[in-house]
Design a protein around this ligand. Structure first.
Ligand code: C5P
Length: 238
């Protein structure tokens, strides 16, 4: 299935174990709107592993957070294009030329009859808090930095950004209704934050205007992942 459904939950399949990943994909059929494949699974199993999950015919967010010189990122996007993920991301901090090169390479996929992924710029990781920024040489607030990178992403061919729920309202106001806001750091009431710092509940993030909620451990770590996903979905609109 190539189109995004009404269910905004994308479950992060963060495991190096193919059998577990496939069992999760099977159990989550109809309970989530998509699956997110990230560095852990993709680095363990590559494109063959990706195809195993794609066989479940749900939209896939390929979360590889590409970040390199423009030529290399464009080449990586070309190499990934045949997988036809629904969403693919790069680090917005890679800069204007890098994002533009990624967008141009994604468009080339269309010429080959491939579905072009929606491209997202990662702004500031949800595991970072205000206190981390000075050490990274970033002046100002986390919100300033996210806004700056989101504007840069929008100007340079990105269809949306990955951001924390805390920036949704301001991004929605400044970047308009069509710019995709994909939000990790989601924690249902009572879930541990773990390494995530800028967190919010699924309902609050949706009400603030998130398009996609990326949820990993609160679903994957539950005794019954399908039920955990259904419980979260039942509290969301649409
Ligand atoms: O388990 P948890 O719900 O924290 O998983 C969040 C997922 O979203 C992880 O796979 C992580 O790599 C990803 N992610 C994130 N922050 C970003 C971008 C992606 O946590 N800025």
């Amino acid at each position: 299935m190539s189109t995004l459904s009404n269910n905004p939950i994308f479950c992060a399949i963060d495991t190096p174990d193919t059998s577990r990943a496939c069992a999760l994909a099977e159990s989550l059929r109809g309970a989530v709107g998509g699956l997110k494949i990230g560095l852990e699974y993709f680095n363990a199993h590559g494109q063959a592993g990706y195809q195993k999950l794609a066989a479940f015919e749900v939209p896939i967010f390929l979360d590889l957070k590409l970040h390199d010189i423009p030529n290399t990122v464009a080449a990586a996007v070309r190499a990934l294009a045949p997988l036809q993920p629904a969403l693919l991301n790069v680090h917005a901090s890679g800069g204007a030329a890098m994002m533009q090169a990624a967008a141009d390479a994604a468009q080339e996929a269309a010429d080959q009859g491939l579905r072009v992924p929606q491209l997202l710029g990662v702004t500031l990781m949800t595991s970072l808090s205000q206190a981390d920024l000075p050490q990274m040489g970033v002046a100002g607030t986390a919100q300033d930095q996210v806004l700056r990178l989101a504007h840069l992403a929008q100007k340079n061919g990105m269809d949306g950004v990955v951001c924390s729920a805390h920036e949704i309202e301001i991004l929605r106001a400044e970047l308009g209704p069509d710019f995709k806001l994909v939000v990790p750091g989601i924690r249902p009431k009572g879930s541990a934050a773990q390494d995530q710092k800028r967190v919010m509940t699924p309902q609050a993030a949706q009400q603030a205007g998130a398009d996609i909620l990326v949820i990993g451990r609160p679903i994957m770590g539950a005794d019954n992942p399908r039920q955990a996903a259904l419980d979260i979905a039942s509290e969301l609109n649409g």
